[in-house]
Ligand binder design. Structure first.
Ligand code: 0RQ
Length: 501
């Protein structure tokens, strides 16, 4: 059955090879896609082939690529392989593109996800030439049924000069009704309050809109989202989850949150997934999520009834998770609501709802500054994503990591972080498999004592203590946040020089 029933739009159905003729060298291209879901499947490979042919003919062909968040090997991957990206924002996790960014070949603007749409409206990024957006269907009146992620699609559709739609028959037609697209916030000084007071409240419409006159091409596809791979929780991630859950029990016991907790945000990766699994095995029930990505762990919680409902900007499911969602899709209706990332991650909403934010990290220092993005100070891993949007504005935030990386060669608790994403003023709770440090209300020195005692790996704990003691003893006028400046980053340098911190 046709998924494109708007006559004005259906007249522009063509092949991907024909459609990429509307993308020119140097264009800024806004694509759909968020954590491996809802990215275009046909245009990126066709565009990569076009760029390759241009390069073979000695011409430059590279684009600025803007998305919702990470995509997949079939989008970022193929374009990176063809050296077709000159600038990328706001989040990437593709390994090849990461290498090109870290080699200095590709410019990367690692932005807070809640900022990316509005910074485009503000004009900070320049004009958007083309939007390439995957949707589930185009309705007779031209309304678009969104797919498995919303991301920045609304802004890209509004702002682009030309629009290419990919209508993916793999996306279940029953997705209609899962989305809530807010019509848009005005620019300062005309902004009004965002009246979203319950995680599952609808404040928009189930459809994306596009001016049909801007639609230059429509390409039909049938390819599934790539899907995330999760490893089963190991002892380390189970221990991390256990500490976080015990802490939440304590908060309920202390009367600081209700038994059904507060809306949950959970980041990407195996540790975040392990915490969700821990919740499923716990006594907690009637939970609700206000998050940006819905991973398998959250689908499990919805299936078991531990989670009542979830608001998200995207799915980040494994293939098995997608199949489970598709086969039971009608049962999830009304329990999953998908929003644009400027709303799912909105500071005003996150603060009002009192979200509990749980995110991974690369390293924390003894004072509670957190690095989520950079390895050894200079090489980006993925990006800040939504972790800053949620952590900074959360009622309570957790940063979770194993206490060591690379087989024990690296301590994830260091004297000074080699890059700061979340400052000591923002970070509430640091968790490793060894324990949890509640930093709320503590001075820097008290935070250091607690992080070293509770979170550091025993192999590195004595050296962290020694660092703190010598820093404290060094100068009588430097005891608020004591550092040995000539040593603070020596652990990172030692790793670079010797392969061990
Ligand atoms: O690399 O696979 O090459 O060995 O980092 O580490 O332990 O598997 O953890 O998958 O949870 O990712 C911070 C990267 C953690 C992620 C980060 C190396 C480690 C491994 C992954 P290898 P793990 P996770 C919602 C919120 C920022 C964005 C965010 C992230 C790899 O959570 O990108 O939170 N967060 N968004 O070996 C050197 C260290 C290291 C280290 C770990 N100290 N030094 N390498 N690694 N610690 C989602 C969105 O916003 C879209």
């Amino acid at each position: 059955m046709s998924r494109v029933t708007c006559p004005e739009v259906s007249s522009r159905i063509m092949t991907a090879e024909e459609a990429v003729e509307f993308i020119r060298p140097g264009d800024n291209v806004g694509m759909s896609g968020f954590t491996g879901a809802g990215y275009p499947k046909a245009i990126p490979p066709a565009l990569a082939a076009k760029a390759r042919a241009a390069h073979d003919a000695g011409e430059d062909f590279r684009i600025g690529l803007w998305t919702g968040a990470s995509t997949a090997p079939q989008a970022d991957g193929v374009l990176a392989e063809a050296h077709a990206i000159s600038k990328r924002l706001p989040y990437n996790s593709d390994p090849l593109l990461r290498r090109q960014i870290n080699a200095g070949e590709v410019d990367y603007v690692d932005a807070h996800l809640s900022h990316s749409a509005q910074q485009m409206w503000f004009g900070f990024y320049g004009p958007l030439d083309v939007a390439v957006i995957e949707v589930t269907a185009v309705l007779p009146d031209g309304l678009l049924v969104p797919g498995s992620s919303v991301g920045n699609n609304k802004t890209w559709l509004d702002q682009a000069d030309r629009v290419i739609l990919e209508v993916n028959h793999w996306q279940p037609r029953e997705l209609e009704g899962f989305h809530d697209i807010y019509p848009g916030t005005a620019l300062p000084p005309h902004r009004r309050p965002l009246v979203l007071t319950e995680p599952m409240q609808r404040i928009g419409e189930p459809y994306l809109k596009v001016d049909p006159a801007k639609v230059v091409a429509v390409v039909e596809t049938r390819e599934p989202d790539a899907g995330a791979a999760f490893s089963a929780p190991d002892d380390v991630s189970r221990a991390i989850a256990g500490h976080a859950l015990d802490f939440l029990r304590g908060e309920v016991g202390a009367g600081r949150m209700p038994p059904e907790l507060l809306p949950l945000q959970s980041g990407v990766g195996n540790v975040a997934n392990a915490v969700l699994q821990g919740l499923d095995d716990s006594e907690f029930t009637s939970l609700v999520a206000y998050t940006e990505v819905l991973q398998d762990g959250m689908l499990d919680l919805l299936d078991s009834g531990t989670l009542r409902a979830a608001s998200t900007a995207s799915f980040g499911l494994s293939r098995e998770g997608m199949e489970r969602f598709h086969s039971g899709i009608n049962g999830y209706k009304g329990r999953i609501l998908m929003r644009s990332e400027e709303i799912s991650n909105h500071p005003e909403v996150v603060r009002r709802l009192g979200v509990i934010a749980m995110n991974g990290m690369i390293e924390a220092d003894i004072y509670g500054n957190v690095n989520s993005t950079h390895v050894m100070g200079s090489s980006v891993m993925n990006g800040i994503g939504g972790s800053g949007d949620f952590a900074r504005n959360a009622y309570l935030n957790f940063f979770l990591t194993p206490s060591t990386a690379k087989g024990g060669a690296i301590s994830t608790i260091v004297p000074m972080v080699s890059h700061v994403d979340h400052t000591e003023h923002d970070v509430h709770v640091v968790v490793t498999e060894h324990g949890l440090a509640d930093l709320r209300g503590l001075s820097p020195r008290a935070r250091a004592e607690r992080i070293i005692a509770n979170c550091a790996h025993p192999d590195f704990r004595p050296r962290l203590r020694d660092y703190l003691e010598r820093a404290l003893a060094q100068r009588p006028d430097a005891r608020h946040t004591p550092h040995l400046l000539d040593e603070a980053l020596s652990w990172h340098q030692r790793y670079l020089d010797t392969g061990r911190m």
